[in-house]
Design a protein around this ligand. Structure first.
Ligand code: PSV
Ligand code: MN
Length: 427
């Protein structure tokens, strides 16, 4: 599906005057505070978030799945869908593949298709949490942590093949998420499980090219309910440290127990130079995978506040991060949902960029707690949506991507092309 520059320009015309008024108002507010508006717009334009191939169809829950129609049935169609999002928002210039769901038959052709949509390949993801029909050993009782060396060897080999696929596509990183753990006390020897996991990760790490990074996710529970081998950031950090300098922790926002102070984890990992990347989503209770910013937008802002501070700190040793949305959809059109998520991420980032860290630092030194809160909340409560729109417009995107998507009836067109029954592979 081709969306032309002219179509976007025509669409933007109808919003032009309203946008101009709103943008000038906020630009003036920021200028009055000596904030460099142009620089913030540029930073927003540069900020690109990867879309995972598994977020483009209806996700469902374990109780049911409600098809949305027109779901991408092949890797080519998934790339096309991310292309639509990127064309409209100009902020999703990468796709993250999951193997074996997305094995490309012809990597060169897939690479050039992605390039046609101005997309690059972000981290490749391995999958040892499900059994595939052709595999010899089952992961029912774990993969990299398994008591049987043959199962561990199979899981290690799978990760190596994922790296090979990534190399063929120009990807530079591997994300490992393990469902490994136990659901009953006594089931697992914690110490052995961690030892096996570390040894397996080291074998995978050793296979990676020198310019690759390994991202290690953690999760406190689900699908195992008594213990997860990599349950928290501390365990992930320990494993990453043991593996080597190119191994990092990956923070998935949904992988924390309720009320965990995620921004503090971010600050700590940045301080040690071990924060590799993010999986954005939102949640009320568990790994709900809801739209970013739908439930706790203030927390998202506080996380970005630490990111901006930590990454720009003059002692920062942390490399640039990998940003990805890891959400799942059972109710909304996934493309609309992803565009909402992108806007929430851009907004939290922009809000964090306008925090004056000099003034905040002075308030902290003076132990002026009230003032510290005022500074943060003042940034959070400034409506920067017109700034995001201006950044999107500058990059050639639509002033209101979802309104464009609806006006052009893109889901209807996708259904006409692909039918109502297609099912996207993924979670
Ligand atoms: C599972 O919770 C998960 O969110 C992991 O974090 C992976 O990134 C993703 O699903 C797909 O494997
Ligand atoms: Mn994740």
């Amino acid at each position: 599906m081709i969306i032309t520059t002219e179509q976007i320009e025509t669409f933007n015309q109808s919003y032009k005057d309203e946008h101009k008024d709103q943008f000038e108002f906020v630009a003036q507010q920021l200028s009055n505070k000596s904030i460099d508006v142009a620089s913030i717009i540029q930073q927003i334009q540069n900020f690109q978030v990867a879309i995972p191939s598994w977020a483009l169809g209806a996700g469902g829950t374990r109780f049911g799945r409600f098809s949305i129609g027109g779901e991408p049935a092949s890797l080519e169609e998934k790339i096309m869908d991310v292309g639509i999002i990127h064309t409209l928002t100009r902020s999703a210039g990468a796709i993250s593949l999951h193997i074996p769901w997305d094995i490309p038959q012809n990597p060169e052709a897939i690479k050039s298709l992605a390039a046609d949509h101005n997309l690059v390949f972000d981290a490749v993801n391995s999958n040892t949490f499900q059994d595939q029909t052709d595999q010899e050993h089952s992961y029912k009782f774990g993969s990299l942590c398994h008591t049987d060396a043959a199962v561990r060897a199979q899981a290690i080999q799978h990760n190596k093949e994922v790296i090979d696929t990534g190399i063929a596509l120009g990807s530079k990183s591997l994300t490992v998420w393990l469902a490994d753990g136990s659901s009953f006390p006594g089931q697992l020897n914690f110490r052995d499980a961690l030892t096996y996991t570390l040894d397996s990760l080291k074998a995978i790490y050793a296979y990676m090219p020198d310019d690759w990074k390994m991202y290690i996710e953690y999760k406190p529970y689900e699908p195992n309910f008594y213990s997860m081998v990599i349950q928290d950031w501390g365990t992930s950090h320990l494993l990453a440290n043991e593996c080597g300098k190119n191994a990092y922790c990956l923070v998935d926002l949904g992988h924390h127990l309720p009320n965990t102070n995620i921004e503090q984890i971010v600050a700590t990992l940045l301080w040690r130079g071990k924060l590799g990347g993010f999986h954005f989503n939102d949640s009320k209770f568990g790994d709900d995978d809801l739209t970013v910013g739908a439930i706790k937008p203030y927390q998202l802002f506080l996380i970005f506040n630490e990111l901006v501070y930590g990454l720009s700190h003059n002692d920062s040793i942390n490399p640039p991060l990998a940003w990805m949305i890891d959400a799942s959809h059972n109710l909304k059109d996934p493309l609309e949902d992803l565009m909402q998520s992108l806007e929430a991420i851009q907004l939290a980032y922009a809000q964090a960029l306008i925090v004056n860290h000099k003034v905040l630092g002075a308030a902290r030194v003076a132990n002026d707690v009230t003032q510290a809160q005022v500074i943060l909340q003042d940034a959070y409560r400034t409506d920067l949506r017109p700034l995001i729109r201006e950044a999107t417009r500058h990059s050639g995107g639509a002033l209101d991507p979802i309104a464009f998507y609806r006006k052009e009836k893109i889901r209807k067109k996708l259904i006409e092309r692909r039918g109502l029954e297609t099912i996207a592979t993924g979670l």
